[in-house]
Design a binder for this molecule. Structure first.
Ligand code: BG6
Length: 490
């Protein structure tokens, strides 16, 4: 199967913070790949903005270095690289100075009819200033799109303030809040699985589902990001956005159509149905911990340079959704750094058959499981009970019906990076895979009291061994309900 490329209309993209890490690691490589696939029309321009005094040549060299670093050499065909670099220009701009906006406007007004995308790859403290600066020179019309990325606030109050600042200058329909998890191929496939197939819908509820597990495990520690991370922690860095988005897509009702507001309305309903976790309930239903040192790697507090840090690098939560479909079905979420494997997956465990006709056979039946693997080896597995082959009696064992997408899609298929999809969606004006302001706020509304309960105890988080599956307390969180986490094996 080959991927069908539908060209997007001509656009100008402006990257604020163009010489930063995100631009180098993700944005420029993603744009190159879309260009190489001929999705980007000849006329499109990419304009880097930064405080560096780069000229066009220097910025092109910066981009070339980024491609060499983050894209395999075999993909970097000279004619494709040349075509891409020709699109690039650089403007020196200090966004805090009013006089900086006129040159940008003049450049963009060479093609006033084009879609214009402003990617704010800068700290959120500048979002409001940049949105206002763009509006001050009229770059906030129907064709102007503002793209922002987390951290979208530190709590509900700051998220509301951020939303206020950007919506003062841009209409909500022109704001694209990125959660890169929504651009992952398997996350979109989750919607296809649920809403393009009749098979699972009758089972997708409290009658048939025992519980759901959502895991995002990483093997790396915080490394050089310790400074940022220590003000954030796993709850704000991963749960408030990525894990909650996955929970919403799993739990939401079918939207009336696959369009941005219909999908986001349904996700919002899930967020509003999350049972609040406050005070004692929050402490009882969550676990937080920090990783310890191992032979040649420092502990979290050493990496953060803060021996008294209370910041968690691991979180597990038992969440409940108080609505008709999911009443009584826990959604267990966990995420952490320096764990045993790098693995992101959702596991739906179904209830056991109502009556076991095989009670005379000494091998307990195991419940069916649907495993939706986001990374690595994106795909689906359905675990069912089957009979051991052969005439030697009647024995049962669990078998996985395995559909790894890479196998189905053939050897030439490359799983696109989330940013490739998301950037082209911005140009197309499709907000379906972006978070609306009220969604972000609703997620904070649920998260804030949990963090508040942790802070109120004044206690430090638990600890866990680097390379393990997390702290003992997270096993207990499940064991208390007679359940277990799925092993983190890839
Ligand atoms: C980012 C977090 O949003 O997601 C990082 O800030 C984390 O801390 C990353 O490592 C994980 O993303 P992925 O795509 O590698 O699962």
């Amino acid at each position: 199967m080959t991927s069908k490329v539908i060209p997007v209309p001509p656009f100008d993209m402006v990257i604020f913070g163009a010489t930063g890490d995100l631009s180098q690691r993700k944005l420029l490589p993603a744009l190159f790949r879309r260009d190489a696939s001929k999705q980007i029309p000849d006329a499109a321009r990419i304009i880097g903005l930064s405080r560096l005094d780069y000229n066009q040549e220097q910025f092109r060299q910066f981009a070339l270095d980024a491609l060499n670093k983050f894209i395999p050499a075999a993909e970097l065909k000279p004619e494709l690289v040349e075509r891409f670099l020709k699109r690039l220009d650089h403007l020196h701009n200090d966004v805090t100075k009013p006089e900086g906006w006129q040159p940008l406007r003049d450049l963009l007004n060479e093609h006033p009819e084009r879609i214009r995308m402003y990617y704010l790859s800068v700290g959120p403290a500048l979002f409001g200033t940049i949105a206002k600066g763009l509006a001050s020179v009229g770059l906030n019309g129907a064709n102007d799109r503002l793209v922002v990325e987390k951290p979208l606030g530190h709590d509900l109050a700051s998220a509301q303030e951020l939303n206020r600042q950007i919506t003062t200058s841009f209409e909500e329909r022109c704001i694209y809040r990125i959660d890169h998890y929504l651009g992952k191929e398997t996350v979109q496939n989750l919607m296809a699985l649920r809403f393009a197939n009749a098979l699972f819908e009758p089972l997708w509820n409290a009658n048939a589902v025992d519980h759901v597990q959502i895991t995002a495990a990483e093997t790396i520690g915080v490394g050089s990001r310790g400074g940022y991370y220590d003000t954030s922690g796993a709850m704000r860095d991963m749960v408030q956005n990525h894990l909650i988005q996955l929970l919403c897509l799993m739990a939401m009702e079918a939207p009336y159509a696959f369009n941005a507001d219909a999908v986001r309305d349904e996700k919002l309903k899930v967020l509003r149905s999350l049972r609040p976790l406050k005070g004692h309930d929050a402490l009882r239903n969550t676990v937080r911990a920090q990783y310890l040192a191992r032979s040649n790697e420092p502990s979290y507090v050493e990496e953060a340079g803060n021996p008294n840090s209370h910041t968690e690098t691991y979180v597990a939560i038992k969440a409940e959704i108080d609505n008709w479909r999911w009443s009584g079905v826990p959604f267990y979420l966990r995420t952490g750094k320096r764990l045993r494997s790098r693995l992101t997956e959702i596991v739906v465990t179904f209830k056991e058959p109502s009556h076991c006709v095989f009670s005379n056979i000494h091998a307990p039946l195991q419940p069916n499981k649907l495993v939706i693997r986001l990374q690595p080896d994106e795909g689906l597995q359905l675990h069912i009970m089957t009979k051991d082959p052969g005439p030697g009696g009647f024995r049962m064992h669990p078998t996985a019906l395995d559909m790894t997408f890479a196998e189905g899609l053939g050897p030439d298929w490359r799983m696109p990076d989330a940013y490739e999809r998301l950037l082209m969606d911005v140009v197309r004006g499709d907000q379906t895979l972006f978070m609306r302001g009220d969604e972000v706020e609703a997620a904070w509304r649920w998260i804030d009291p949990i963090i508040g309960a942790w802070e109120d105890t004044g206690a430090k988080p638990d600890t866990y061994e680097s390379g393990s599956e997390g702290p003992i307390a997270s096993l207990e969180l499940m064991a208390r309900d007679g359940r277990r986490w799925r092993e983190m094996v890839v």
